[in-house]
Design a protein around this ligand. Structure first.
Ligand SMILES: Cc1cc2nc3c(=O)[nH]c(=O)nc-3n(C[C@H](O)[C@H](O)[C@H](O)COP(=O)(O)OP(=O)(O)OC[C@H]3O[C@@H](n4cnc5c(N)ncnc54)[C@H](O)[C@@H]3O)c2cc1C
Length: 497
């Protein structure tokens, strides 16, 4: 562990994930002296892009790869990541759902084109996701708020129609009545595939909320792939933090409060359990117990491939999407997720795939390209997922094995090796149910503030939950500025400020 400098700081952030950095930038912009302590040797948590040594020059997104939430997020809108030179390139299609016995279902960026491909469900798709996409800002404010205050847009007159539509889609897709509004298997599977960005049983309200939000953004700002990988977003945050006097110390894992220099405020970009551990016996007992009890969800196991060419999808349109959801029909996906929920490895696990080079040709180096994939697995499972994922891709892309040059599989249990917050492979820092999304990690009025200690939680373990949107860090930092520093006016985050 490297020693931290003795110079006094106003605020310390433990963890340099997107939320830790969003908080750090906000605090530094308010004029505070900020120090970030990161356990790993590399900065960025779930948004790092690294050379895994699989092929010369080929870099891999070791966690997040596709960034609808960063493009739609109010925090990143205020920070204006694109004005800082981060190119967020949009594939022609946001996501694709290949099928065994019929043409793939494709969610094009254009909602009309998507509806046109969905036959009997064209009108319903237009009336639901098409309409929501036209009102994306309202949907995003609803979904990415702190779940404790009413977002201003919700008070606008047009929210009287849009909020109930969002609620109806979310509600119906989250219950056994989920097949009612959509008649075709392709439209149903398309929605279940996008729900698979969270891990849990389907149908369920937690996953249908994910589906409604990401499905809306797919036809709104779209699902971009940053040029140079997710790290480009992190690099922009780091540059801004350093420009405002902040510093980052890597290789410094905080195990107890004693590992943190004295500061008026400390923000933890960690799991709820890690926060309880670090502050053991320094929090009110009931709060410490609640943090320890906050449940983890099931897991992802990752495989990074190097390919000699594009994935040979049976339906070529599938390759025009930035993300593929592999699982087949809605019923097949529900069965696979039920296996995972029961602690068993499914024969055909739900698998997410992205070839970043379709939006960023610079990712092809020496004629070979990276392929990002992960499969849903039971928490803590130790199986190397490479063969399961390869077989699942072969199912929809015969000949896939022939283009594989190299691969690296990481079991669910091993995911925490490169980020201690991925406990047992849980990529969401806590279970994703509707209750847990609102009451994460506790049902308290202020879920960020750890009582009167000056310590706060700012990670994905708080509302609005997982994803690279920086909102948890931003919500927490605003509370720190108000409670600990008496600042009511929030700093301008824009590039020219
Ligand atoms: C495989 C995978 C794929 C994903 N795909 C996507 C995607 O495509 N799009 C998307 O939007 N989201 C995706 N996500 C989710 C997204 O990455 C996370 O929700 C997001 O990174 C959470 O940000 P965070 O800052 O809260 O935590 P993290 O990004 O996990 O960062 C936490 C940081 O804190 C550090 N840390 C933890 N404990 C300590 C400690 N005690 N001391 C010091 N440092 C500590 C960690 O090392 C880490 O750097 C994916 C996640 C995974 C794992």
């Amino acid at each position: 562990m490297s020693a931290y400098p003795s110079a006094e700081v106003d605020a310390v952030v433990v963890g340099s994930g997107p939320n830790g950095l969003a908080a750090a930038v906000t605090l530094a912009r308010a004029g505070l002296r900020v120090q970030v302590l990161e356990a790993q040797d590399t900065i960025g948590g779930g948004a790092r892009t690294l050379d895994l040594g699989l092929a010369p020059g080929v870099i891999h997104d070791i966690c997040s790869a596709v960034h609808p939430l960063a493009l739609a997020s109010p925090f990143f809108d205020a920070f204006d990541v694109r004005a800082r030179g981060v190119q967020m390139n949009l594939p022609e299609a946001s996501y694709a759902q290949p099928m065994d016995d019929e043409p793939a279902a494709i969610a094009w960026h254009d909602a009309e084109r998507t509806a046109d491909g969905l036959g009997a469900d064209a009108a319903t798709w237009r009336a639901t996701l098409g309409t929501l996409a036209k009102n994306q800002d309202l949907v995003v404010e609803l979904a990415l708020g702190d779940k404790r205050s009413v977002p201003p847009a919700v008070l606008s007159p047009h929210s009287l129609t849009i909020a109930p539509l969002f609620g109806a889609l979310l509600g119906l897709q989250g219950t056994p009545a989920w097949n009612l509004p959509f008649r075709t298997e392709r439209a149903r599977a398309l929605l279940s595939g996008v729900a698979a960005h969270a891990i849990g049983r389907i149908p369920s309200l937690g996953l249908s909320a994910t589906s409604a939000l990401l499905g809306t953004i797919a036809h709104g700002v779209g699902w971009p792939i940053p040029v140079g990988g997710s790290q480009a977003i992190i690099d922009a945050l780091v540059a801004d933090l350093r420009a405002h006097g902040g510093e980052i110390i890597t290789g410094h894992r905080v195990r107890t409060w004693r590992d943190v220099p004295p500061a008026r405020a400390v923000l933890l970009d960690t799991t709820a359990g890690a926060a309880a551990e670090i502050l053991a016996n320094r929090l009110p007992r009931s709060l410490e117990a609640q943090l320890r009890r906050f449940p983890h969800g099931n897991a992802a196991a990752k495989v990074d491939f190097v390919l000699s060419g594009p994935v040979p999808w049976r339906d070529p349109d599938v390759g025009r999407a930035g993300t593929q959801h592999l699982g087949g029909t809605r019923g097949q996906m529900a069965a696979a997720e039920a296996e995972v929920a029961a602690g068993r490895i499914p024969q055909h696990p739900v698998t997410l795939v992205s070839d970043p080079s379709i939006a960023d040709p610079s990712r092809i180096q020496g004629g070979v390209r990276p392929l990002w994939t992960y499969a849903h697995m039971p928490a803590g499972d130790t199986t190397d997922p490479t063969e399961l994922v390869t077989a699942q891709i072969e199912r929809f892309a015969p000949g896939f094995r022939d283009v594989v040059v190299a691969s690296q599989g990481i079991s669910a249990a091993d995911m925490a090796r490169h980020n201690p917050s991925l406990v047992g492979g849980d990529i969401s820092m806590g279970r994703v149910t509707m209750y847990d999304m609102i009451a994460r990690p506790t049902a308290r009025w202020d879920p960020y503030r750890l009582a009167d200690t000056g310590w706060y939680l700012c990670s994905a373990a708080t509302p609005p939950g997982p994803g690279v949107h920086g909102m948890n860090g931003w919500h927490a930092a605003q509370r720190v500025l108000r409670h600990e520093f008496g600042l009511r006016e929030m700093p301008d985050l824009g590039p020219s400020a």
